[in-house]
Design a protein around this ligand. Structure first.
Ligand code: ATP
Ligand code: MG
Length: 396
């Protein structure tokens, strides 16, 4: 093993580290890894991706692709050999792999924070500690806990404590009998039952925090989900009441601060009918709701991920103007026989297409996103609605 590199040690773009061009590593080769790699490469860093999939979106465009399992010792050793610092792009990367890497290289976010975000029970306990309210819930690990669930939690949503994303590992529950059946179907793994809340809106906040504790944030994102998957994000002044937006940013900062978090973090919130803010979950990485920053801000969430990892200064990102992001799911490919009308969409001024290089579409698979920018909210909304219509997406 080459010499260890300290946490917070600045890794300058274009420099040489341990005799190699400064190289940044990422655990996971999905679209988030791909956009991190693109941001890092634009600044002159070399990149390495560890992902078992030969055709992973990030692996395809990285200088190095280490194609092993996340816990493969040789794979992890190679990643450390190549890289000056390492980040992660999806929260289900096994935390022990990050512990291994963290012994010799700066790893951001760290294994502790990722382990908390990976487990809804620990995550909710963290929110409680930070004084940020979450939906009423009960932990179900044993038959006794199942029987003791209070009536007030019905109707509710049963969520597995681990490995959930895009609404997977979740079941809507109306009665106690349904709860018992659902838990059995989930094979009795640890779950939380959350009370189903009447949502007026959903929003999220992305914060970047450096090794020195400096923090910068993006404005609050207003999110529309369909079938448990993000469909539309709208960002402009007035997308949410000002006091609520400020409260969400402050809550996200306290959640990041309390974790001593380093890197980019996203916290998702529910807004109730009476404008109460309830925290839903956090993602220890850039987030789908922050993809608009690629075209609508002077620094994207991926640029900030590069800066936090390399110890470069954090400067507040500046939005250029209103923006809307439409998520592009495999459903659109299926509806257009694999050829959505991009020529028509791109004829609309202010549209920016991002496709992730995935060769096969399937229902619900995230294939890309379309960012829409412009000078006024009315103009951006009109263009985004027109693009949605051309792509057969429901209006919003
Ligand atoms: P992600 O892809 O964001 O990681 P996930 O699978 O972890 O998704 P959640 O964020 O927990 O799932 O829930 C997905 C969606 O389901 C939420 O965005 C919201 O629309 C709805 N939902 C979840 N919990 C509740 C609740 N307690 N009350 C009402 N709606 C809820
Ligand atoms: Mg979510």
């Amino acid at each position: 093993m080459t010499a260890s590199i300290h946490r917070g040690q600045v890794i300058l773009p274009g420099s040489t580290v341990n005799g190699q061009p400064a190289t940044l590593g990422v655990m996971g080769g999905g679209q988030l890894g791909r956009m991190f790699v693109q941001a890092a490469q634009r600044m002159g860093y070399f990149t390495a991706v560890l992902d078992p999939d030969a055709a992973s979106p990030a692996g395809l465009i990285s200088h190095h692709h280490i194609q092993t399992d996340y816990l493969d010792e040789q794979g992890l050793a190679q990643l450390m050999q190549r890289c000056a610092a390492i980040t992660t792009e999806f929260e289900n990367v096994p935390a022990p792999a990050l512990v291994t890497l963290g012994a010799h290289r700066p790893v951001a976010p760290g294994a502790d924070a990722v382990a908390i975000a990976q487990n809804r029970v620990l995550e909710k306990a963290h929110f409680d500690r930070c004084g940020v309210a979450c939906a009423p819930y009960a932990v179900i690990e044993t038959a006794a806990q199942l029987a003791a669930v209070p009536d007030t939690l019905f109707p509710g949503i049963l969520k597995t404590a681990r490995m959930g994303y895009d609404g997977k590992g979740q079941m809507r529950i109306k009665t106690r009998a349904e709860l018992a059946t659902a838990w059995a179907e989930l094979k009795g793994v640890t779950c939380v039952l959350e009370k189903m809340l009447p949502l007026k809106a959903e929003c999220s906040v992305i914060v970047a925090r450096g090794w020195d504790g400096a923090m910068v944030s993006f404005p609050v994102q207003l999110n529309l989900h369909r079938d448990g998957i993000l469909a539309v994000t709208e960002v402009y002044e007035g997308n949410l009441p000002k006091a609520l937006a400020e409260q969400a940013v402050a809550a996200t900062k306290s959640i990041a601060e309390d974790l001593q978090y380093v890197g980019v973090i996203c916290v998702e919130f529910f807004v109730l009918e009476d404008d109460t803010l309830i925290v839903n979950e956090m993602a220890p990485r850039p987030h789908n709701s922050g993809h608009y920053t690629l075209d609508a801000c002077d620094q994207s969430q991926f640029d900030l991920q590069v800066r936090t990892l390399t110890g470069l200064p954090l400067v507040s990102p500046r939005p250029y103007g209103p923006a809307i992001m439409l998520n592009l799911l495999g459903d659109t490919w299926l509806a257009f026989n694999d050829a959505p009308p991009w020529d028509k969409v791109l004829a609309l001024p202010g549209t920016h297409l991002h496709l992730y290089g995935k060769l096969k579409a399937s229902k619900g698979r995230k294939m890309g996103h379309l960012n829409v920018t412009g000078t006024t909210v009315a103009e951006v909304r009109a263009t985004a609605l027109k693009a949605a219509e051309l792509l057969g997406l429901e209006p919003f």
